[in-house]
Design a protein around this ligand. Structure first.
Ligand SMILES: *Cc1c(COP(=O)(O)O)cnc(C)c1O
Length: 359
C-alpha cells in the first residue's frame, strides 16, 4: 500500500465507548437491558430543555449561530465571567481535541495521570506530543508527582477533578498550591465534568476564581453528565481572552448545533433539575457503598456519579457475566470495574445481579 498515514496515528486505537443497550439485546436475545456504563443521568434531562429543543425544530434548515452568542452570554451571566472568556464546544471531547491542536508541537511534553479520561493521551499522541504519565496515588491525582515532572518541554498539564474513572478528588487548597508552583507558560486544563455531583466541602465550588488568579488555566465543563444532554454534544470552556481567542481559531465553524445551543441555555436555568439529580445520586451512592461493604468489596469513595470498585474477579469476565443478565457496566483493568450510579431501582438490580455473578 502506498498511502502514507501520519506515523502519529499508527498505534492509536479508536475510543471505546460504553457498550450500547441494543448490541447487548441482540447478542444475548434479551428484551430488558440496563446500562450503567457511561455516567449518563438516569433522570434524563430538564423538561425546560425539552421545550427549547421542540422550539428549534422549525429552524433546522438554517446553520446554527456560528458565534454561539446566546449560550456564551447565558454562561457568562450564570457564572459571573465575561462572554469573551467562554467558548462552548461539541462536548468536552471536542474541546480536548481543540486544546491539543492549539498547543502541542511534536516533542512537547504533556503531563497527565495514568488512570484518567482517555482522550487526553490520545489527542497528545495524535499531535506528536510526548505523554508524561504520572501514576495515581491512592487512586487520586498525585499532584506532587505531577509537579516533579514539569520540565522545560512541558506544554500542557491535564487535571480531572473529580477524576474519571476513579471518582476521587483533590481540594481547593491542593489545587491552589499546585497552580502556584506551575510556571505561567505551562497551560493547566482543569476538567470538572462531574462538578455538580461533588459532596465534599473542600472541593472548589466555584472554580471561576482561577481565571482571575492564573492566566494559564483552562476550565472545562460539560452538559453531558448532570445536565443529561449527552446526545446533543455540548460543553464549554472558560479561560483568559487570549487563550479563548486562540482556541476559537482552531474549532470548526459550526461546531455546536442549534438544538444543543438552545437546550443548554434552558438546562442552565433549571436549578431544580440539577438539585434533584444531585439528591438521587447521593442517595444511590450511599446504597451502593453499603452494598459493597456488605459484600466485602473495596471501592474508591466517589465525588461523581460513578463508583470504581474491586469485584475480586477479572473485570472482563464480570462484564460478560453481567451482560448475560442484562446489565452493562464498564470494565477497567485487572479486577477493577466502574459502575454508574442509576435510579434506586437500577442500583438494586445491579447489586442483585452482581451478587448472583460473584456467588
Ligand atoms: C464524560 C467526560 C467528558 C466528556 O464529556 P462530553 O460528553 O464530551 O462533553 C470530559 N471529561 C471527563 C472527565 C468525562 O468523564
Amino acid at each position: 500500500m502506498n498511502i502514507k498515514f501520519r506515523p502519529e496515528i499508527k498505534d492509536l486505537v479508536p475510543y471505546k465507548p460504553g457498550k450500547p443497550i441494543e448490541d447487548v439485546k441482540r447478542e444475548y436475545g434479551l428484551t430488558e437491558v440496563t446500562k450503567l456504563a457511561s455516567n449518563e443521568n438516569p433522570l434524563g434531562y430538564s423538561p425546560k430543555a425539552k421545550e427549547a429543543i421542540e422550539r428549534c425544530l422549525e429552524e433546522l434548515h438554517l446553520y446554527p449561530d456560528g458565534n454561539i452568542t446566546d449560550l456564551k452570554d447565558a454562561i457568562a451571566k450564570r457564572f459571573g465571567v465575561k462572554a469573551s472568556q467562554v467558548l462552548p464546544s461539541s462536548g468536552s471531547d471536542e474541546m480536548v481535541d481543540i486544546i491539543s491542536k492549539t498547543f502541542i508541537n511534536p516533542g512537547d511534553e504533556v503531563i497527565l495521570a495514568d488512570v484518567t479520561f482517555p482522550r487526553y493521551i490520545q489527542t497528545c499522541t495524535m499531535m506528536g506530543g510526548t505523554p508524561v504519565v504520572v501514576p495515581l496515588k491512592d487512586f487520586a491525582h498525585d499532584l506532587d508527582g505531577m509537579k516533579a515532572k514539569i520540565s522545560e518541554k512541558t506544554k500542557l498539564i491535564w487535571l480531572c477533578n473529580p477524576n474519571n474513572p476513579t471518582g476521587t478528588m483533590f481540594s481547593e487548597d491542593a489545587l491552589n498550591s499546585f497552580l502556584d508552583s506551575v510556571p505561567s507558560h505551562v497551560v493547566v486544563i482543569y476538567d470538572e465534568a462531574y462538578r455538580e455531583y461533588v459532596t465534599r466541602d473542600d472541593y472548589p465550588k466555584d472554580s471561576t476564581y482561577l481565571l482571575d488568579k492564573y492566566s494559564n488555566v483552562i476550565i472545562m465543563r460539560t452538559f453531558s453528565k448532570a445536565y443529561g444532554l449527552a446526545a446533543l454534544r455540548v460543553g464549554y470552556t472558560m479561560a483568559s481572552d487570549e487563550i479563548i481567542n486562540n482556541l476559537n481559531k482552531v474549532r470548526g465553524p459550526f461546531n455546536v448545533n442549534t438544538i444543543a445551543q438552545s437546550a443548554a441555555i434552558a438546562a442552565l436555568a433549571d436549578d431544580e433539575f440539577i438539585k434533584e439529580s444531585y439528591r438521587v445520586n447521593a442517595e444511590g451512592k450511599e446504597y451502593l457503598y453499603k452494598s459493597f461493604e456488605e459484600m466485602g468489596l473495596w471501592y474508591a469513595p466517589s465525588e461523581t456519579n460513578h463508583i470504581f470498585f474491586d469485584a475480586k474477579k477479572d473485570c472482563q469476565e464480570l462484564f460478560t457475566e453481567l451482560q448475560k443478565r442484562g446489565m452493562i457496566i464498564r470494565p477497567m483493568y485487572g479486577t477493577y470495574s466502574r459502575v454508574s450510579i442509576g435510579t434506586m431501582e437500577q442500583n438494586e438490580l445491579f447489586i442483585k445481579l452482581l451478587k448472583e455473578v460473584l456467588q
